[in-house]
Design a protein around this ligand. Structure first.
Ligand SMILES: [Zn+2]
Length: 250
């Protein structure tokens, strides 16, 4: 099993990171895809992967990137730093990048999000990397921007749009990330997405430490088996084939 989206470099794991990663490995999660939220976070994620690869957790892959809610005025310098980092070959993907309009009403801030997102997709094109995309309340713009960059593929992590919208992204050959919210009885929309997307385009993820089943608790990759089980239960009911955990993580 793998977890397609995590943040184990987050301070939520400062007290017991090593123990948690050992427990995650013991629970049968062989591979995790860790994502940065800005340059500092991306570097911390890379350092963590390096530190633990010998004896704690050998398979941490890292995406480095700039999250739409952490964009600074000086984002062009950050894009330059990101490109320098990509040239070292340490990061295997770019992310998380994307658009988050939920609490952003200012059109100039939204515009900047789009510019930073497109700059990162251009880096994906230039370096042949996949992208880890965060998209909240911005489905149409996300779709439009991905259509404008047809060579770039990747994961729409924590997918929170409708099944119809998922179909649009799958047409572009993008993968759809399903997290532990699918375990909540009220998560009707996510359950519909889990039932409707072709198996090869579904990726399971935790977004650890975020998105726990029980609000307010800390999440980690040990919830992956329950997510897979629930997704497959929903799919069986809908007459869809079960998801496969053997394919590429992104
Ligand atoms: Zn995340």
């Amino acid at each position: 099993m793998f977890d397609a989206h995590t943040h184990y470099h987050d301070k939520a794991f400062d007290d017991d990171r090593e123990e948690v990663l050992k427990a995650v490995k013991a629970a049968g999660i062989e591979l995790i895809m860790e994502a940065g939220e800005n340059m500092a976070g991306s570097l911390a994620a890379l350092e963590m992967a390096e530190r633990y690869k010998a004896d704690v957790y050998p398979k941490i892959r890292v995406a480095a990137g700039l999250h739409p809610l952490y964009i600074k005025e000086s984002w062009k310098d950050e894009i330059d730093s990101l490109e320098k980092l990509l040239k070292t070959g340490q990061a295997e993907a770019i992310g998380e990048c994307g658009l988050d309009y939920r609490n952003i009403k200012d059109e100039s801030v939204r515009k900047r999000q789009r510019e930073v997102f497109e700059a990162q997709l251009e880096l994906c094109e230039k370096y042949g990397l996949t992208a880890v995309v965060h998209s909240v309340d911005a489905a149409e713009d996300t779709l439009k921007i991905l259509k404008a960059h047809p060579k770039v593929k990747g994961l729409l992590h924590g997918f929170a749009y409708s099944a119809q919208m998922a179909e649009q992204f799958v047409k572009l050959k993008w993968n759809i990330g399903i997290n532990a919210l699918v375990l909540r009885p009220e998560a009707k929309k996510i359950k519909e997405v889990a039932a409707g997307v072709p198996a090869e385009y579904i990726r399971v993820e935790t977004d650890a430490p975020y998105m726990p089943v029980i609000k307010g608790s800390r999440n980690d990759s040990r919830s992956i088996p329950a997510i897979i089980e629930e997704v497959n239960r929903i799919r069986k009911e809908a007459g869809a084939e079960p998801i496969c955990q053997k394919q590429e993580i992104l």
